[in-house]
Each structure stands twice: as C-alpha cells, then as structure tokens.
Design a protein around this ligand. Sequence first.
Ligand SMILES: *[C@@H]1O[C@H](CO)[C@@H](O)[C@H](O)[C@H]1NC(C)=O
Ligand SMILES: *[C@@H]1O[C@H](CO)[C@@H](O)[C@H](O)[C@H]1NC(C)=O
Length: 530
Amino acid sequence: MLLRQVHFTAIIVVCIPIIFAVFVFVSYFHDGTLNVLPSHLSLRPSHDDVKPPAQNAASHSTSAPQVAATGKAPSNVENEEAPPVINTPATEQKVFPQNEWLPARPIDPSCAHLPDLSKILLIIKTGASETFDRLPTQFMTMTRCLPDFLIFSDMEESIMGYRVQDVLKDTLEEVKHDNGDFNLWRRQQSCLVDQKSCQKWSNVGGEAWNLDKYKNVRQSDLSYRMRPNYDWYIHIDADTYIHWPNMVEMLKPFDAQKDHFFGSFEPSQYGDFNHGGSGYILSQSAMKKFQANSSVEHFDHEARNICCGDMLMTIAVRENIALANTNMFPTINGRKPFTLPFGPRQWCQPIATLHKLTSEEVASIWEFEQERIANATDGKPAPLLIKDLYYQYFAPRLVDKLEDWDNMYDDYLTNVWYYLDKDDKSKDWEHFPDQKYIWHQRKPEDFKHDEEKKAHTSFNACKKACDVVDECLQFRWQDDACAMSKNFRLGNPTEKRENQKERWMSGWAVKKIEKWIADQGECKVQFPGA
Ligand SMILES: *[C@@H]1O[C@H](CO)[C@@H](O)[C@H](O)[C@H]1NC(C)=O
Ligand SMILES: *[C@@H]1O[C@H](CO)[C@@H](O)[C@H](O)[C@H]1NC(C)=O
C-alpha cells in the first residue's frame, strides 16, 4: 500500500513538469510568444511585439507643420517606454499628436483603412448658432482619422476640447461698426447662458448667413499663417461630408507645388465661383501666394457689397494671384443622397463631397462607408460612385407615388420642364409661388402628345403625360402645374395643405427609371480632371 503511494507520487512529480514543458513548447511555436499567462499578467510588455499601424507613421509626419506653426513641440506624443499596467488591453493605444486646437484623440484602428491624410489640412467654417448641432457628429465620423484640422467660426468656444476660433475678431472695426451684419456677432459675445437660449427669439438663420460672407478670405489667410506646410487646404462648411478615399484619389494627379483652386461651379454675375458648401481646395502654392499677396482689409470692405463669402473668395483668388478656379463637379458636390438628382449628369462619377447633411445623415453615410470596408475582401472597397448612393438611399424607397412630397426640390433647369395654363385667369401669374414654372414652361406648340395638353389639370393627367414623354423619369403636380424631369431623386416631405389642390404630389416612372439604369451598364470610373 505504502509502496504504491510512493510510486504514484513519483509518477506525478515526474509527469507534471514534462506535461508543462510540452505545453510551453507548443504554445511558444504556435504564436511565437510565451502565452502561458493571461496577456495582462504577461511578464513582457506586449506592445514590444506590436508593429505600429501604418496610420501612426503618417501621424508622426504631421508634427512638423505644428512645430512650424506654433513654435513648440507637440506635448503628447505617445510614450514608447510606458510600463505595462495591469488591465490595459494587450494592443497599445496610439494617439494623434496633440495640438492646442484639438483634444487628445486615440487613433481608431479603422483609420488604417483610409489613405494617408497627413498632407491635407481640413478647414471647417461654421457659426456659433450651429456648432453644437453639427460638429459633435463630424468629430465622431468624418474628422475622426484626421491628424489635424482647424475650425473657424464667429465666436470663440470649445466643444469638448475642440477649439473653435473667431475668425472675425480681426475684421476691421470700421467694417463692423454700424454694420447690422455684425449684430449677431455682438449678441453672441454678450450671451450669459447657452447660445440656443440667447438667440431663441431672433432670425438666427438669416443673421448667421449675413455674417458668414466676412469669413472666407480671412480664414484662408489665417489658416496658412497657422499651418504653412500642408500640400492641400480643403475648406468646407460644418454640414459638408468628405469621403476621404475619393478626395485623396482625386487630388493624386495634381502637383501641390503648382497653383490649383478646385471646387464645384455655381454661376453668378461675376462668373462661375467655387461653391463653399460643396467644399473648395487650394494647393500649397496657391495658398502661399494668396497669403503673401493678402488684402484681407480690402475684402473686409468688399464683403459688405456681395451676397456670399464663397463668391468673394473666388474673386479674391482671381484678383490677388491671377488664378482661375477649376470645376470638379460632380465629384465635388453640393447635394446629398436624398436630394442629388440621379441621371445623365450624375451617375458613374466618384463622389468626394456631399453637402447640407443633417447629423443623422452624416452618421448614416459614415456607417455605410464602414460597411463597405467590412464587405471588401482586402478592406479596400471600390471607389464610391454616385450610383452607389442611389442603391443605398433611393432604390429601397422608390415607389410610384408619394403625397405631400416634393421630388423636384430645385434643379439644373435644363433637365426640368413645366406644364401650366397661362390663360387661366383665376391665377395670379405675376405672383405665382415658383416663377421657375413660368420660365421653363413647355410651350403648347412643342407638345408632341395629346396627353401633354391636359398635363396641368390633375396629378393623374400629369402622370399620363409623363408616361408618353420618353425622357420623363419623374413628375410632380401641385396647384394646376405639372413638372417633369429627366433626373430622378427622392426629395423631401412637404407640409400637408388642407386644400386638396395645393398638396404637393410626387410620382416616379419606376419602369423607365429601371430601364435607364439597365441601359447605363457597367461604369468606367473616371475622376474629374484626371
Ligand atoms: C504673390 O506672391 C508671390 C510670393 O509668394 C509672388 O511670387 C507673386 O508674384 C505675387 N503676385 C501674384 C499676382 O501672384
Ligand atoms: C455588405 O454585405 C452584405 C451581405 O452580403 C449585404 O447585405 C450588404 O448590402 C453589403 N453592404 C454594403 C454597404 O455593401
């Protein structure tokens, strides 16, 4: 009995170390680390084994512009020698180099899917009446992987550590003084509580618009002085969304050491200007000259006499450095998925910017991007095309009719035409709500089909006319006017009117839309100007 027990103990004493040794040996060759202990108790700091992600290398290179601009080194580069702390995750958390305008931000691993953004400076123009509605969502999505960006506004404030500068603080006193455009600017500064409560009883939208035009020229001047070392300076509004892979791809063929001023053209009495909400982009060389030949005081005065800051910026670039703007439409785009007119002008092109997005829409596009990345086998989805927005946002909602709905919204007028009866004496045509009806009415002598004669009389008559006009892909009827379009888009709900005749009724030629799409076939992807 005793002998057996001794025997058994001997077997245990001999075998356990052998089993343990085999286990250690197998674990070691299995994944190259001594993985016998839970990772947080590991004897070696696990981050020694983790290679820095590519994005981190990119973020380091941005510290140069900061040093140049602020004259001091970034205060919080990650500490390479950090001792292992119990309960920290095994992978080291990388952070963007901090600067005085941005809070400390961890680098999201998903940023590794984006191209190098370290040569691009994003400049967001906003106003204190909208900052808290728009920016927090942008921080969580579109700006999340940017090593650096600047925010210019009409009041200095901090949004959870993101600092917003008042670009109007140096606007000439003689321009501000006695100038109603600056009433909001003055009220914002004297507000004792939150801005929403202070501006509740005023027409903030209109006032913010009037103030906005004083910002563009000054913000270009100031951003170059603060950050002189970037290749590209992208100026957007707080409700603009950038799809970074396409933006980087679009800029790739161009030399930042040459003068460039890219945007999306909007016609005006001063010629085509680069629309601000769509976003416009200046090269290093153009920014440098613009700043060197800066005449911000002159344009402080000029702003009083013009509607809009983006128009003024295009004029200023032309006058100061003799540089003409370049149209990158529709890749640079002033619309968004629900209001972008799909059709002959907008289908196969890659999309880099969208505009007028609510926070809900920004979040939705960002999630769509993440899903495309997750679905792509190598994490690199094909370039996002305008038609991809159709499939994601419009196709699942396409029906033949919606009541209290406006699918026309506003349009490039060459693709829209109207039917109405100018002989109808019951209507005040001089004050008819939408004068575009009258400018673009289809003349009876141009009618090719009998159905067009009655198109204005009812929604059903409008639909019947659309059915026989080959190019009509959607239509809308309201108040004895029928509108047709070669484009198709979802549009927006409208207020429900009591009077049946005044209700907005929208329809789509679903079969013709599906045929038009089938006829387009595969897209040949081409970036503008490439
Ligand atoms: C503007 O400044 C640059 C120097 O950065 C200079 O080379 C250029 O000639 C100036 N004038 C114009 C009209 O560009
Ligand atoms: C991702 O793949 C799933 C499954 O195939 C599909 O249902 C979904 O539509 C895809 N999403 C995108 C954005 O491509």
